[in-house]
Design a protein around this ligand. Structure first.
Ligand SMILES: Cc1cc2nc3c(=O)[nH]c(=O)nc-3n(C[C@H](O)[C@H](O)[C@H](O)COP(=O)(O)O)c2cc1C
Length: 192
């Protein structure tokens, strides 16, 4: 059995000026580091990538990657699991997150992800449902426990993020860790 520490990549999907996504991700990370200190965390902010709209000539499934794709693949490949932090834009995920997800394929496969969504009264749950569908096609297993933050503008201020009840994070992380260990063992057994 592989005793290596699980590695979770936290991905921030929005890029607009004045967004709340990065504050939500930083808050989630600080909660996660104290709840599950036995895990290694890495943050990937799509806003830092300055990505063009996907225009690669070959579908990423075939892994004929450009230099840009090779660079994007590195953090995804070294992760055992993902936390996707997404706002809700027009009842779906932001185009910036979908654009990033479209760039790669095998590096996602047979790994689990947990969803953290936020937005208006619906807490980004319509974005979460669309993410389940997209991640399914990337061969990612989305864990059942979701963190959903309604009326996000009431939660984020100059002092950071204040969420009245953050207990959902503990359950979500425990579930994510279970799937990480199970799928890592299965991938190693299958030689992939
Ligand atoms: C283009 C756009 C579309 C939006 N559409 C929705 C929506 O359909 N449902 C919702 O609950 N909130 C919607 N909102 C509110 C966002 O969820 C909220 O502003 C959130 O903070 C956006 O994430 P960000 O701050 O990280 O960009 C929308 C916001 C933007 C900018």
């Amino acid at each position: 059995m592989n005793e290596e520490r699980p590695r979770i990549l936290v991905i921030v999907g929005t890029v607009r000026r004045g967004r709340t996504g990065r504050a939500i991700a930083d808050w989630y990370l600080s909660q996660a580091r104290s709840l599950e200190p036995q895990v290694d965390y890495e943050l990937l902010d799509v806003a830092d990538l300055d990505l063009p709209i996907f225009d690669e000539p070959t579908p990423p499934l075939y892994r004929q990657y450009s230099a840009l794709q090779e660079r994007l693949a590195e953090p995804v490949a070294r992760a055992d699991g993902f936390v996707l932090v997404s706002g809700e834009y027009n009842r779906s995920i932001p185009g910036s997150l979908k654009n990033f997800l479209d760039y790669l394929y095998p590096e996602w496969n047979r790994k689990p992800a947990a969803l953290v969504t936020y937005g208006g009264p619906g807490g980004g749950l319509r974005a979460a449902e669309h993410l389940v569908q997209v991640m399914g096609n990337l061969g990612v297993c989305v864990v059942r426990d979701q963190v959903s933050l309604p009326r996000v503008w009431e939660l984020v201020g100059p002092e950071g993020v204040k969420v009245p009840d953050a207990t959902a994070i503990a359950a979500q992380l425990a579930e994510l860790r279970w799937w990480i260990l199970a799928l890592r063992r299965a991938r190693q057994g299958a030689g992939v």
